[in-house]
Design a binder for this molecule. Structure first.
Ligand code: FNR
Length: 219
C-alpha cells in the first residue's frame, strides 16, 4: 500500500537542516530522522550543515557593490534548488538562535527575495518539557513576514536528550507516528502546490474548456 502511494507520488525535493552548530546536537538528530521519513515516503532530500550558511554579523554598510556573504549565497542556491525546507531549530532564551536570524536577514536581501512563497516546516528539540516550541513561534515571524508558506503544524520534541534510540529513531512509538504523520502531511501539501496546477491545466485542456468560473469542473 505504502509502495503504491510512493510510486504515485510526483517528485518533490526538501532542503533539510538543523539550526544548531553544536556537534552532538539534538536538533541535528531530529533533522536526520526527518530525512529517513521523507525518503521512506518517496521524497528527495538535500541535507545541509548549517555551517555552510554562516554569515558575518549583518551590517548594512557591508552592502556595497551588490555584496552578499557566501553563506547567504549558499542558502539562496539551496532554496532555489528545492521545493521546500524543513528546519529543526534550538530555542535560545525563548526565541530562535541569533546566528540563524542573522542568516535569514542576509538571505532576505537578494532579489527576487528567495523565501517568498517557499514552503517550510518547523521543528525543534530541547531537553526541556516544552521542546523548544516557543522558539518556533519566534521563527515564524520573520519567515511569515518574508512570505514563506510556514506549515501550520510544527513538531517539538520535549526531553529530547532521552527521546532517541541508538539507531536515531524515537523511543515513543506514538510520538514517532505523530512525527511521521506531520512530515507526510507537509509532503502532501508541497506535492499538491508544485504539481496540482499542472494537472489542473492538463485536465482543462483535455476537456477543451476555458478556466472560467462557470465551466470549471476540476473542483
Ligand atoms: C538554551 N536552552 C533552552 N532550551 C529551551 O527549551 N528553552 C530555552 O529558552 C533555552 N534557552 C537556552 C539558551 C542558551 C543560550 C542555550 C545555550 C541553551 C537549552 C537548549 O535547548 C539545549 O542546549 C539544546 O540541546 C540545544 O539544541 P542542540 O544544540 O542540542 O540542537
Amino acid at each position: 500500500m505504502e509502495e503504491q502511494q510512493n510510486s504515485s507520488r510526483e517528485h518533490t525535493s526538501f532542503l533539510v537542516f538543523s539550526a544548531s552548530l553544536r556537534s552532538g546536537s539534538l536538533n541535528t538528530k531530529l533533522a536526520k530522522l526527518a530525512v529517513k521519513v521523507i525518503e521512506k515516503h518517496g521524497g528527495t532530500v538535500d541535507f545541509a550543515d548549517m555551517e555552510v550558511f554562516e554569515c558575518p554579523t549583518f551590517n548594512q554598510d557591508l552592502e556595497v557593490d551588490n555584496y552578499h556573504p557566501e553563506g547567504a549565497e549558499a542558502f539562496r542556491k539551496r532554496i532555489l534548488a528545492n521545493d521546500a525546507m524543513i528546519i529543526s531549530s534550538p530555542e535560545y532564551n525563548g526565541s530562535m538562535p541569533g546566528n540563524f536570524k542573522n542568516i535569514i536577514d542576509w538571505t532576505s536581501r537578494f532579489r527576487p527575495q528567495p523565501f517568498h512563497q517557499f514552503h517550510a516546516l518547523l521543528m525543534s528539540a530541547s531537553p526541556s518539557m516544552a521542546g523548544g516550541n516557543r522558539g518556533l513561534w519566534a521563527l515564524r515571524v520573520p519567515f511569515e513576514h518574508l512570505g514563506t508558506r510556514v506549515y501550520p503544524d510544527m513538531f517539538s520534541l520535549a526531553t529530547a536528550h532521552e527521546a532517541f534510540d541508538e539507531d536515531g529513531s524515537l523511543k515513543d512509538k506514538t510520538l514517532a507516528k505523530r512525527f511521521e504523520d506531520n512530515l507526510v502531511a507537509f509532503m502532501n501539501q508541497v506535492e499538491a502546490s508544485k504539481h496540482y496546477p499542472c494537472i489542473k491545466k492538463a485536465w482543462v485542456e483535455f476537456l477543451g474548456e476555458k478556466t472560467a468560473k462557470e465551466t470549471e469542473r476540476v473542483e
